[in-house]
Design a binder for this molecule. Sequence first.
Ligand code: GLC
Ligand code: CA
Length: 568
Amino acid sequence: MKKKWWHDKVAYQIYPKSFLDTNGDGIGDLKGIISRLDYLKDLGIDIIWLSPVYQSPFVDQGYDISDYYKIAEEFGTMEEFDELLAEAKKRDMYILMDLVINHCSDRHEWFQKALADPYGKYGGYFHFVKGRDGKAPSNYRSYFGGSAWEPVPGTDLYYLHMFAKEQPDLNWENPELREEIYKMINWWLDKGLAGFRIDAIINIKKDLSFPSFAPDGEDGLASCVKMVEKVNGVGEYLEDIKRHTFAKYDAFTVAEVFNMKDDELAEFIGDEGHFSSMFDFSAHTLMQGENGWHDVRRPSFKEWRDTIFSAQKRVQGIGFEANIIENHDEPRGASRFLPEYAQNEAGKKMLATASILLYGIPFIYQGQEIGMTNCRRSDISEYDDISTKDQYHEALRAGCSEAQALECCYENSRDNARTPMQWSADAGAGFTKGTPWLSINPNYVCINVEEQRNRSDSVLSYYRTLIALRKSPEYKETFTYGRFVPAYEDEDEIFAFYRVSEESSQDILVAANYGTAPVTLNLELSEGKNSGVKVLLSNKGKEREQEEQARKDGSITLNSCESVVLTF
Ligand code: GLC
Ligand code: CA
């Protein structure tokens, strides 16, 4: 594999609306981000991904862009954005923006012009298709529920929207549209962006015959993903984008890709791949219900572990995936991946240990570093997210009671991750002096940055130490390029793996006990190597004790929720 500048970096996702509000309007802003760059630097962050900050009516929280060249007023000005770039650069940090090019907002000038003249130039920027027998062209259900087709007023045409109806899909078949998008991407890269996180990109390729599929729900519709899964040829578009934009800048790109075909990994993220990286969502998709949130399954610990391990084995030698515990579309990882008895600081540190030290590029989502959790609501009106509302009603339709449907939201809602960042125990959680746009998780009084910042055994301090370990000159090579090798797989409640570097002849073992009973692991040490064991990190501060045991007995005992990182 060719070495690239981003391989050894640690990234952090900011959800701007909920990060830090500096003018009291209850909405996070660019000034807030600028004022916390030192906080992120201190944590060990190199790359910052901003969820969309472009002008938008915020029907889907900025993932509906009405002007790709403007900063949303709510967030600030272009001058402030430039200042953010400059301040990041001073600190050797890199900024990524979110690139949302499968669709735009229905308020975008292109769409407005298309509506005014459906058969004109801009009609060709979208998928305007004639209805069939007075009905929509096909039976697709959009990702947010309901038909993916919306009538174009005053015509017999419909336009395609795979997400909300306010998010019309762009027509990538159209070379003029592609040119416009490339121009825009290069305009941002010229400003000094380091790259992009690329939204929903697999959806840009459509089967223009728009075939219907066998209904997969009581609404008689079939998920539009069926078309995406079947159609071939997205790679040509992706290559074209890369060649005209990213490649010229050595930009870092990390793609949101669901439904990739199994053998396409190298094509996507190999040395010459379409992207630098893409997210590993395997653990997240494992926990999705087939028919929505009301039938989410709880996989066993082993299933979860084995899913992550398979993803690791599949990707190494090919490229780098981005490892996440959570993001703005997922519930909080501490609530989702930890059994109830482990939903405490030790458990959160244990979860962090594996995620950050896996093979790949770690992405931390805002608040994860202090162990923020899901947030309980007592009424659906307290949620903002468009897909949460859809899923709530879907659960009711499927026969759930209101209480059960709310429980589904508590466990799965995207708003769990979108509640304001908990900076302190002050009113407004140190996030705002006004009324927050989305109410704050009441547990901010105990879970917040201020409380954790100077407490040496806090989750935040642990993340700092963990990231520093990953990036330390001594171990960086192994944590970046070292092979991933599963360990102790026959132990039912142990999550363990080696990182093995031929280059530095280093072996590192990462092990965590997700069970309730203590487990003793015999270290696979070659004769006489006991004395060489070095414990690099324990989530319970038991480094000395564990090292002594390892040197004396060649074994290590992990109690419930205990993790260890050691080298020999
Ligand atoms: C991606 C985003 C999500 C958004 C969707 C539509 O999945 O992460 O937040 O709703 O695309 O843009
Ligand atoms: Ca603000």
